[in-house]
Design a protein. Sequence first.
Length: 515
Amino acid sequence: MTTNENYLVEMRGIVKRFPTVTALDSVDFKVRVGEIHALLGENGAGKTTLMRILYGMYRPDAGEIFIEGRKVSIGSPRDALRMGIGMVHQHFMLVDRLTVLENIALFLEGGLRIPFNEIRNKIMELSETYGLKINLDAKIWQLSIGEQQRVEILKTLYRDVRILILDEPTSVLTPLESEDLFKSIKKMANTGKSIILITHRLDEALKASDSITILRKGRVVAADIKPSEASRIDLVSMIVGKVLEFKPKAGEVIKEAKPVLEVDDLRVLDDRGIVAVDGVSFVLREGEILGVAGVAGNGQRELVEAITGLRKVAGGSIKMFGVDVTNSPPNKIIKMSVAHIPEDRLRYGVATELSVSDNLIMKLHKRFSRGVFMDNKAIGKEAERLIQEFEIVTPSANAPVNMISGGNIQKLIIARELSIKPKILIASNPTSGLDVASTNYVHWVFHRLRASGSSILLVSEDLDEILSLSNRIIVMKNGRIVKEFDRNVTVNEIGLAMAAGEAYDERMRNKVSGA
Protein backbone atom coordinates (compact mmCIF):
# COMPACT_ATOMS: atom_id res chain seq x y z
CA MET A 1 0.00 0.00 0.00
CA THR A 2 1.34 3.43 -0.89
CA THR A 3 0.49 7.01 0.00
CA ASN A 4 0.61 10.31 -1.90
CA GLU A 5 4.14 10.55 -3.28
CA ASN A 6 4.28 14.28 -2.47
CA TYR A 7 4.53 13.40 1.21
CA LEU A 8 7.85 12.33 2.67
CA VAL A 9 6.16 11.47 5.98
CA GLU A 10 2.62 10.35 6.61
CA MET A 11 1.30 9.24 10.00
CA ARG A 12 -2.22 7.78 9.98
CA GLY A 13 -4.59 7.21 12.88
CA ILE A 14 -1.87 7.36 15.52
CA VAL A 15 -3.07 6.45 19.02
CA LYS A 16 -0.95 6.56 22.16
CA ARG A 17 -2.29 5.83 25.63
CA PHE A 18 -0.58 6.23 28.97
CA PRO A 19 -1.97 4.84 32.26
CA THR A 20 -4.06 7.91 33.07
CA VAL A 21 -4.54 9.64 29.72
CA THR A 22 -4.91 9.19 25.98
CA ALA A 23 -2.11 11.39 24.67
CA LEU A 24 -2.92 10.92 20.97
CA ASP A 25 -6.35 10.03 19.60
CA SER A 26 -6.38 8.98 15.93
CA VAL A 27 -3.92 11.63 14.78
CA ASP A 28 -3.10 12.11 11.08
CA PHE A 29 0.04 14.06 10.26
CA LYS A 30 1.71 14.70 6.89
CA VAL A 31 4.88 16.49 5.80
CA ARG A 32 5.89 17.20 2.21
CA VAL A 33 9.36 16.91 0.73
CA GLY A 34 11.41 20.07 1.33
CA GLU A 35 8.81 21.58 3.67
CA ILE A 36 9.22 23.39 6.99
CA HIS A 37 6.21 22.19 8.96
CA ALA A 38 5.34 23.80 12.32
CA LEU A 39 3.59 21.69 14.97
CA LEU A 40 1.67 23.80 17.49
CA GLY A 41 -0.47 23.10 20.55
CA GLU A 42 -0.84 23.65 24.28
CA ASN A 43 1.14 21.73 26.91
CA GLY A 44 -0.14 18.17 26.91
CA ALA A 45 -1.64 18.51 23.42
CA GLY A 46 0.53 15.61 22.20
CA LYS A 47 3.13 17.36 20.02
CA THR A 48 6.25 15.85 21.57
CA THR A 49 4.59 12.46 22.00
CA LEU A 50 3.75 12.37 18.30
CA MET A 51 7.31 13.23 17.32
CA ARG A 52 8.77 10.73 19.78
CA ILE A 53 6.74 8.08 18.00
CA LEU A 54 8.14 9.19 14.66
CA TYR A 55 11.65 9.10 16.14
CA GLY A 56 11.14 5.64 17.64
CA MET A 57 11.22 6.64 21.31
CA TYR A 58 7.60 5.48 21.80
CA ARG A 59 5.60 2.74 20.14
CA PRO A 60 2.07 3.74 19.06
CA ASP A 61 -0.87 1.70 20.36
CA ALA A 62 -2.52 2.00 16.95
CA GLY A 63 -1.89 3.63 13.60
CA GLU A 64 0.55 3.47 10.70
CA ILE A 65 3.63 5.38 9.54
CA PHE A 66 4.70 5.77 5.92
CA ILE A 67 8.03 7.11 4.65
CA GLU A 68 8.02 7.98 0.94
CA GLY A 69 4.86 5.93 0.53
CA ARG A 70 6.30 2.81 2.17
CA LYS A 71 4.83 1.52 5.42
CA VAL A 72 7.51 1.27 8.12
CA SER A 73 7.89 0.08 11.69
CA ILE A 74 10.10 2.31 13.85
CA GLY A 75 11.13 0.50 17.01
CA SER A 76 13.94 2.74 18.25
CA PRO A 77 15.84 5.97 17.49
CA ARG A 78 18.44 3.79 15.78
CA ASP A 79 15.74 2.52 13.40
CA ALA A 80 14.60 6.10 12.81
CA LEU A 81 18.10 7.31 11.97
CA ARG A 82 18.58 4.46 9.53
CA MET A 83 15.37 5.57 7.82
CA GLY A 84 16.64 9.14 7.62
CA ILE A 85 14.74 10.59 10.61
CA GLY A 86 16.65 12.71 13.15
CA MET A 87 15.58 14.68 16.21
CA VAL A 88 17.26 17.54 18.08
CA HIS A 89 15.85 17.69 21.58
CA GLN A 90 15.25 20.81 23.64
CA HIS A 91 17.85 19.63 26.17
CA PHE A 92 21.12 18.85 24.43
CA MET A 93 22.83 15.46 24.77
CA LEU A 94 26.49 16.42 24.65
CA VAL A 95 29.55 15.52 26.73
CA ASP A 96 30.98 18.78 28.08
CA ARG A 97 34.60 17.64 28.41
CA LEU A 98 34.87 16.25 24.88
CA THR A 99 35.48 18.24 21.72
CA VAL A 100 32.87 18.93 19.07
CA LEU A 101 34.50 16.35 16.81
CA GLU A 102 34.55 13.71 19.56
CA ASN A 103 30.89 14.31 20.41
CA ILE A 104 29.88 13.85 16.78
CA ALA A 105 32.01 10.69 16.49
CA LEU A 106 30.33 9.17 19.57
CA PHE A 107 26.91 9.60 17.94
CA LEU A 108 27.84 7.73 14.77
CA GLU A 109 27.48 4.07 14.00
CA GLY A 110 31.07 2.92 14.05
CA GLY A 111 31.85 5.76 16.47
CA LEU A 112 35.52 6.23 17.28
CA ARG A 113 36.50 3.53 14.76
CA ILE A 114 35.73 5.97 11.91
CA PRO A 115 38.87 7.92 10.92
CA PHE A 116 38.64 11.39 12.46
CA ASN A 117 39.83 13.00 9.24
CA GLU A 118 36.84 11.51 7.44
CA ILE A 119 34.45 12.88 10.07
CA ARG A 120 36.18 16.27 10.08
CA ASN A 121 35.99 16.64 6.30
CA LYS A 122 32.30 15.73 6.12
CA ILE A 123 31.35 18.02 9.04
CA MET A 124 33.24 20.91 7.45
CA GLU A 125 31.33 20.31 4.23
CA LEU A 126 27.97 20.21 6.05
CA SER A 127 28.91 23.29 8.05
CA GLU A 128 29.67 25.22 4.91
CA THR A 129 26.59 24.00 3.04
CA TYR A 130 24.09 24.93 5.75
CA GLY A 131 25.80 27.89 7.42
CA LEU A 132 26.47 26.07 10.70
CA LYS A 133 30.04 27.13 11.40
CA ILE A 134 31.70 25.60 14.43
CA ASN A 135 35.19 25.02 15.85
CA LEU A 136 35.51 21.23 15.72
CA ASP A 137 38.37 21.21 18.24
CA ALA A 138 36.62 23.28 20.91
CA LYS A 139 35.36 21.55 24.06
CA ILE A 140 31.59 21.65 24.49
CA TRP A 141 31.84 23.62 27.73
CA GLN A 142 33.66 26.37 25.82
CA LEU A 143 30.74 26.89 23.43
CA SER A 144 27.73 29.18 23.68
CA ILE A 145 24.26 27.62 23.82
CA GLY A 146 23.70 28.54 20.17
CA GLU A 147 26.95 26.82 19.18
CA GLN A 148 26.03 23.71 21.15
CA GLN A 149 22.77 23.56 19.24
CA ARG A 150 24.73 23.65 15.99
CA VAL A 151 26.68 20.61 17.19
CA GLU A 152 23.42 18.73 17.83
CA ILE A 153 22.14 19.61 14.36
CA LEU A 154 25.43 18.73 12.65
CA LYS A 155 25.74 15.35 14.33
CA THR A 156 22.21 14.57 13.11
CA LEU A 157 22.88 15.85 9.58
CA TYR A 158 26.00 13.68 9.44
CA ARG A 159 23.65 10.68 9.44
CA ASP A 160 22.17 11.91 6.13
CA VAL A 161 18.72 12.50 7.62
CA ARG A 162 15.94 13.60 5.28
CA ILE A 163 13.51 14.42 8.09
CA LEU A 164 14.76 16.65 10.92
CA ILE A 165 12.61 17.21 14.03
CA LEU A 166 13.50 20.33 16.07
CA ASP A 167 11.94 20.63 19.54
CA GLU A 168 11.64 24.29 20.64
CA PRO A 169 14.92 25.16 18.87
CA THR A 170 14.87 28.91 19.56
CA SER A 171 13.96 28.78 23.27
CA VAL A 172 17.60 29.31 24.29
CA LEU A 173 18.74 31.60 21.46
CA THR A 174 19.09 35.35 21.03
CA PRO A 175 17.08 36.96 18.21
CA LEU A 176 20.23 37.14 16.06
CA GLU A 177 21.00 33.45 16.68
CA SER A 178 17.40 32.53 15.90
CA GLU A 179 17.62 34.45 12.64
CA ASP A 180 20.80 32.55 11.70
CA LEU A 181 19.19 29.23 12.62
CA PHE A 182 16.22 29.82 10.34
CA LYS A 183 18.54 30.75 7.49
CA SER A 184 20.19 27.34 7.97
CA ILE A 185 16.83 25.57 8.18
CA LYS A 186 15.73 27.23 4.94
CA LYS A 187 18.90 25.98 3.24
CA MET A 188 18.13 22.44 4.46
CA ALA A 189 14.61 22.65 3.07
CA ASN A 190 15.96 23.91 -0.25
CA THR A 191 18.07 20.74 -0.54
CA GLY A 192 14.95 18.58 -0.12
CA LYS A 193 15.04 17.92 3.61
CA SER A 194 11.77 18.14 5.54
CA ILE A 195 11.88 20.05 8.83
CA ILE A 196 9.32 19.53 11.60
CA LEU A 197 9.36 22.46 14.02
CA ILE A 198 7.77 22.03 17.47
CA THR A 199 7.31 25.52 18.89
CA HIS A 200 5.22 27.69 21.21
CA ARG A 201 6.28 30.83 19.38
CA LEU A 202 3.47 31.66 17.00
CA ASP A 203 5.23 34.54 15.26
CA GLU A 204 8.12 32.30 14.31
CA ALA A 205 5.74 29.61 13.04
CA LEU A 206 4.02 32.19 10.84
CA LYS A 207 7.30 33.63 9.59
CA ALA A 208 9.44 30.52 9.09
CA SER A 209 7.14 27.62 8.19
CA ASP A 210 5.50 26.53 4.95
CA SER A 211 2.66 24.72 6.69
CA ILE A 212 1.19 24.41 10.20
CA THR A 213 -0.61 21.61 12.06
CA ILE A 214 -2.35 22.25 15.40
CA LEU A 215 -3.06 19.66 18.08
CA ARG A 216 -5.49 20.12 20.96
CA LYS A 217 -5.95 17.49 23.67
CA GLY A 218 -4.46 14.74 21.53
CA ARG A 219 -6.46 15.49 18.37
CA VAL A 220 -5.72 17.41 15.19
CA VAL A 221 -7.92 20.52 15.11
CA ALA A 222 -6.31 22.08 12.03
CA ALA A 223 -3.92 20.70 9.41
CA ASP A 224 -1.95 22.09 6.49
CA ILE A 225 -2.58 25.73 7.44
CA LYS A 226 -0.75 28.13 5.17
CA PRO A 227 0.91 30.96 7.17
CA SER A 228 -0.15 33.49 4.52
CA GLU A 229 -3.79 32.60 5.25
CA ALA A 230 -3.67 32.79 9.07
CA SER A 231 -2.96 35.40 11.74
CA ARG A 232 -1.58 35.07 15.24
CA ILE A 233 -5.10 35.48 16.65
CA ASP A 234 -6.35 32.70 14.35
CA LEU A 235 -3.67 30.34 15.65
CA VAL A 236 -4.37 31.20 19.29
CA SER A 237 -8.09 30.56 18.79
CA MET A 238 -7.40 27.15 17.26
CA ILE A 239 -4.81 26.19 19.88
CA VAL A 240 -6.92 27.01 22.95
CA GLY A 241 -10.42 26.88 21.48
CA LYS A 242 -11.21 30.48 22.38
CA VAL A 243 -9.93 34.01 21.76
CA LEU A 244 -7.51 35.39 24.35
CA GLU A 245 -7.81 39.15 24.50
CA PHE A 246 -5.50 40.15 27.35
CA LYS A 247 -2.17 41.71 26.41
CA PRO A 248 -0.32 43.25 29.36
CA LYS A 249 1.28 46.66 29.08
CA ALA A 250 4.21 47.68 31.21
CA GLY A 251 3.66 50.85 33.20
CA GLU A 252 5.93 53.83 33.55
CA VAL A 253 8.94 53.59 35.85
CA ILE A 254 8.11 55.00 39.25
CA LYS A 255 11.44 56.66 40.04
CA GLU A 256 10.37 57.99 43.43
CA ALA A 257 9.14 54.57 44.63
CA LYS A 258 11.19 53.12 47.47
CA PRO A 259 13.72 50.38 46.73
CA VAL A 260 12.78 46.87 47.86
CA LEU A 261 15.85 45.04 46.50
CA GLU A 262 19.32 46.60 46.28
CA VAL A 263 22.20 44.65 44.76
CA ASP A 264 25.59 46.36 45.08
CA ASP A 265 28.86 45.28 43.39
CA LEU A 266 27.83 41.64 43.64
CA ARG A 267 30.35 38.88 42.88
CA VAL A 268 29.26 35.25 42.72
CA LEU A 269 31.17 32.11 41.68
CA ASP A 270 29.75 29.28 39.58
CA ASP A 271 30.00 25.56 40.39
CA ARG A 272 33.57 25.46 39.03
CA GLY A 273 34.73 28.33 41.23
CA ILE A 274 34.87 30.75 38.29
CA VAL A 275 33.39 34.26 38.60
CA ALA A 276 29.87 34.13 37.10
CA VAL A 277 28.52 37.44 38.46
CA ASP A 278 31.12 40.18 38.24
CA GLY A 279 30.36 43.46 40.00
CA VAL A 280 26.61 43.61 39.32
CA SER A 281 24.62 46.50 40.83
CA PHE A 282 20.95 47.42 40.40
CA VAL A 283 17.86 48.52 42.31
CA LEU A 284 14.36 47.03 42.11
CA ARG A 285 11.66 49.44 43.26
CA GLU A 286 8.22 48.94 44.74
CA GLY A 287 5.58 48.22 42.09
CA GLU A 288 8.17 47.64 39.36
CA ILE A 289 9.01 44.78 37.02
CA LEU A 290 12.73 44.80 36.23
CA GLY A 291 13.58 42.55 33.30
CA VAL A 292 16.94 40.79 33.07
CA ALA A 293 17.77 39.73 29.51
CA GLY A 294 20.69 37.64 28.33
CA VAL A 295 21.68 34.40 26.68
CA ALA A 296 21.65 31.47 29.13
CA GLY A 297 24.98 31.03 30.89
CA ASN A 298 25.88 34.69 31.36
CA GLY A 299 25.46 34.73 35.14
CA GLN A 300 21.68 35.03 35.45
CA ARG A 301 21.26 31.72 37.27
CA GLU A 302 24.02 32.46 39.78
CA LEU A 303 22.62 35.97 40.35
CA VAL A 304 19.16 34.62 41.18
CA GLU A 305 20.55 31.87 43.41
CA ALA A 306 22.60 34.40 45.35
CA ILE A 307 19.60 36.68 45.87
CA THR A 308 17.38 33.79 47.04
CA GLY A 309 19.99 32.34 49.41
CA LEU A 310 20.76 29.25 47.35
CA ARG A 311 24.36 30.26 46.52
CA LYS A 312 27.06 31.98 48.57
CA VAL A 313 28.09 35.52 47.71
CA ALA A 314 31.83 36.07 47.16
CA GLY A 315 31.66 39.86 47.35
CA GLY A 316 29.27 42.80 47.44
CA SER A 317 25.91 43.01 49.18
CA ILE A 318 22.18 42.32 48.85
CA LYS A 319 19.54 44.31 50.73
CA MET A 320 15.81 43.66 50.93
CA PHE A 321 13.56 46.36 52.37
CA GLY A 322 16.71 48.04 53.71
CA VAL A 323 17.91 44.92 55.55
CA ASP A 324 21.23 43.30 54.60
CA VAL A 325 20.46 39.71 53.61
CA THR A 326 23.80 38.85 52.01
CA ASN A 327 24.42 35.11 52.44
CA SER A 328 21.19 34.70 54.42
CA PRO A 329 19.61 31.21 54.27
CA PRO A 330 16.58 30.66 51.98
CA ASN A 331 14.12 30.37 54.88
CA LYS A 332 14.97 33.92 56.03
CA ILE A 333 14.39 35.21 52.49
CA ILE A 334 11.04 33.38 52.28
CA LYS A 335 9.92 34.86 55.62
CA MET A 336 10.40 38.33 54.12
CA SER A 337 7.58 37.52 51.63
CA VAL A 338 9.93 36.75 48.78
CA ALA A 339 8.77 34.14 46.25
CA HIS A 340 11.02 32.33 43.80
CA ILE A 341 10.23 30.63 40.49
CA PRO A 342 13.52 28.81 39.82
CA GLU A 343 15.18 28.08 36.49
CA ASP A 344 15.79 24.46 37.51
CA ARG A 345 12.27 23.41 38.46
CA LEU A 346 13.16 19.81 39.38
CA ARG A 347 16.18 20.67 41.53
CA TYR A 348 14.78 23.68 43.38
CA GLY A 349 11.11 23.88 42.41
CA VAL A 350 9.44 20.70 43.66
CA ALA A 351 9.90 17.67 45.87
CA THR A 352 9.28 14.95 43.28
CA GLU A 353 8.59 12.24 45.83
CA LEU A 354 5.68 14.23 47.32
CA SER A 355 2.18 14.68 45.93
CA VAL A 356 0.86 17.58 43.90
CA SER A 357 -1.13 18.85 46.89
CA ASP A 358 1.86 18.61 49.27
CA ASN A 359 3.96 20.64 46.84
CA LEU A 360 1.21 23.22 46.37
CA ILE A 361 0.89 24.01 50.10
CA MET A 362 4.61 23.72 50.91
CA LYS A 363 4.91 27.42 51.76
CA LEU A 364 1.52 27.56 53.47
CA HIS A 365 1.93 24.53 55.72
CA LYS A 366 1.61 26.57 58.94
CA ARG A 367 -1.86 27.66 57.83
CA PHE A 368 -2.96 24.01 57.77
CA SER A 369 -1.17 22.69 60.85
CA ARG A 370 -3.26 21.62 63.83
CA GLY A 371 -0.61 21.00 66.45
CA VAL A 372 1.32 17.92 65.36
CA PHE A 373 -1.30 17.08 62.72
CA MET A 374 -2.20 18.59 59.38
CA ASP A 375 -5.74 19.49 58.29
CA ASN A 376 -5.84 17.20 55.23
CA LYS A 377 -9.36 18.29 54.29
CA ALA A 378 -8.34 21.97 54.15
CA ILE A 379 -5.14 21.07 52.28
CA GLY A 380 -7.15 19.16 49.68
CA LYS A 381 -9.57 22.05 49.24
CA GLU A 382 -6.76 24.60 48.74
CA ALA A 383 -4.91 22.26 46.37
CA GLU A 384 -8.02 21.76 44.23
CA ARG A 385 -8.57 25.53 44.11
CA LEU A 386 -5.04 26.13 42.81
CA ILE A 387 -5.25 23.21 40.38
CA GLN A 388 -8.40 24.67 38.84
CA GLU A 389 -7.21 28.29 38.86
CA PHE A 390 -3.91 27.50 37.14
CA GLU A 391 -5.31 24.62 35.05
CA ILE A 392 -2.75 22.10 36.29
CA VAL A 393 -3.30 18.83 34.43
CA THR A 394 -2.85 16.00 36.94
CA PRO A 395 -4.55 12.62 37.53
CA SER A 396 -5.43 13.88 41.03
CA ALA A 397 -4.21 16.20 43.76
CA ASN A 398 -2.69 13.16 45.46
CA ALA A 399 -0.68 12.02 42.43
CA PRO A 400 3.14 12.21 42.75
CA VAL A 401 4.60 15.27 41.06
CA ASN A 402 6.79 13.10 38.84
CA MET A 403 3.61 11.84 37.13
CA ILE A 404 2.78 15.22 35.58
CA SER A 405 4.45 16.96 32.63
CA GLY A 406 7.19 19.59 32.88
CA GLY A 407 4.81 22.33 31.79
CA ASN A 408 2.34 21.38 34.52
CA ILE A 409 5.13 21.25 37.11
CA GLN A 410 5.92 24.83 36.09
CA LYS A 411 2.27 25.81 36.59
CA LEU A 412 2.35 24.15 40.03
CA ILE A 413 5.42 26.14 41.08
CA ILE A 414 3.91 29.42 39.88
CA ALA A 415 0.64 28.66 41.67
CA ARG A 416 2.43 27.88 44.94
CA GLU A 417 4.75 30.90 44.84
CA LEU A 418 1.96 33.35 44.05
CA SER A 419 -0.30 31.86 46.73
CA ILE A 420 1.84 33.51 49.44
CA LYS A 421 1.05 36.96 47.95
CA PRO A 422 4.73 37.93 47.73
CA LYS A 423 6.13 41.43 48.13
CA ILE A 424 9.01 40.44 45.85
CA LEU A 425 8.88 37.77 43.17
CA ILE A 426 12.14 36.47 41.68
CA ALA A 427 11.13 34.70 38.46
CA SER A 428 13.54 32.80 36.19
CA ASN A 429 12.10 31.91 32.78
CA PRO A 430 8.64 31.59 34.38
CA THR A 431 6.78 30.61 31.21
CA SER A 432 9.41 28.21 29.85
CA GLY A 433 7.59 25.15 28.51
CA LEU A 434 4.14 26.72 28.88
CA ASP A 435 1.62 26.95 26.07
CA VAL A 436 0.15 30.20 24.80
CA ALA A 437 -2.92 30.13 27.08
CA SER A 438 -0.90 29.40 30.23
CA THR A 439 1.70 32.00 29.29
CA ASN A 440 -1.02 34.57 28.76
CA TYR A 441 -2.52 33.79 32.17
CA VAL A 442 0.86 34.01 33.95
CA HIS A 443 1.52 37.38 32.30
CA TRP A 444 -1.86 38.61 33.49
CA VAL A 445 -1.10 37.45 37.04
CA PHE A 446 2.27 39.22 36.99
CA HIS A 447 0.61 42.38 35.73
CA ARG A 448 -1.97 42.18 38.53
CA LEU A 449 0.75 41.48 41.11
CA ARG A 450 2.73 44.55 40.03
CA ALA A 451 -0.39 46.71 40.04
CA SER A 452 -0.99 45.69 43.69
CA GLY A 453 2.42 47.11 44.66
CA SER A 454 4.56 43.96 44.55
CA SER A 455 7.88 43.96 42.70
CA ILE A 456 9.17 41.40 40.21
CA LEU A 457 12.70 40.60 39.07
CA LEU A 458 11.98 38.88 35.76
CA VAL A 459 14.86 36.88 34.31
CA SER A 460 13.84 35.58 30.90
CA GLU A 461 15.31 34.50 27.57
CA ASP A 462 11.98 35.33 25.90
CA LEU A 463 12.45 38.91 24.73
CA ASP A 464 8.78 39.36 23.85
CA GLU A 465 7.99 38.48 27.45
CA ILE A 466 10.61 40.90 28.77
CA LEU A 467 9.30 43.71 26.56
CA SER A 468 5.62 43.17 27.31
CA LEU A 469 6.02 43.09 31.10
CA SER A 470 9.07 45.11 32.15
CA ASN A 471 9.27 48.73 33.25
CA ARG A 472 13.04 48.67 32.83
CA ILE A 473 15.39 46.13 31.26
CA ILE A 474 19.02 45.29 32.04
CA VAL A 475 21.14 43.08 29.80
CA MET A 476 23.72 40.65 31.22
CA LYS A 477 26.77 39.49 29.29
CA ASN A 478 29.71 37.56 30.79
CA GLY A 479 28.44 38.15 34.30
CA ARG A 480 28.13 41.91 33.96
CA ILE A 481 25.35 44.39 33.22
CA VAL A 482 26.30 45.79 29.82
CA LYS A 483 23.24 47.88 29.07
CA GLU A 484 20.09 49.29 30.66
CA PHE A 485 16.98 50.24 28.69
CA ASP A 486 13.66 51.79 29.52
CA ARG A 487 10.59 50.10 28.04
CA ASN A 488 10.81 52.07 24.77
CA VAL A 489 13.20 49.65 23.09
CA THR A 490 13.01 47.06 20.31
CA VAL A 491 13.77 43.35 20.35
CA ASN A 492 16.63 43.92 17.92
CA GLU A 493 18.27 46.50 20.17
CA ILE A 494 18.13 44.15 23.15
CA GLY A 495 19.29 41.23 21.03
CA LEU A 496 22.27 43.22 19.78
CA ALA A 497 23.25 44.08 23.35
CA MET A 498 22.88 40.43 24.39
CA ALA A 499 25.11 39.23 21.58
CA ALA A 500 27.66 42.03 21.54
CA GLY A 501 27.99 43.04 25.18
CA GLU A 502 30.76 45.58 25.57
CA ALA A 503 30.81 46.23 21.80
CA TYR A 504 27.14 47.30 21.85
CA ASP A 505 27.71 51.07 21.96
CA GLU A 506 30.30 50.97 19.18
CA ARG A 507 28.05 48.94 16.88
CA MET A 508 25.04 51.11 17.62
CA ARG A 509 27.06 54.24 16.79
CA ASN A 510 28.12 52.65 13.51
CA LYS A 511 24.53 51.68 12.78
CA VAL A 512 23.25 55.20 13.46
CA SER A 513 26.03 56.84 11.42
CA GLY A 514 25.59 54.36 8.60
CA ALA A 515 29.14 53.02 8.93
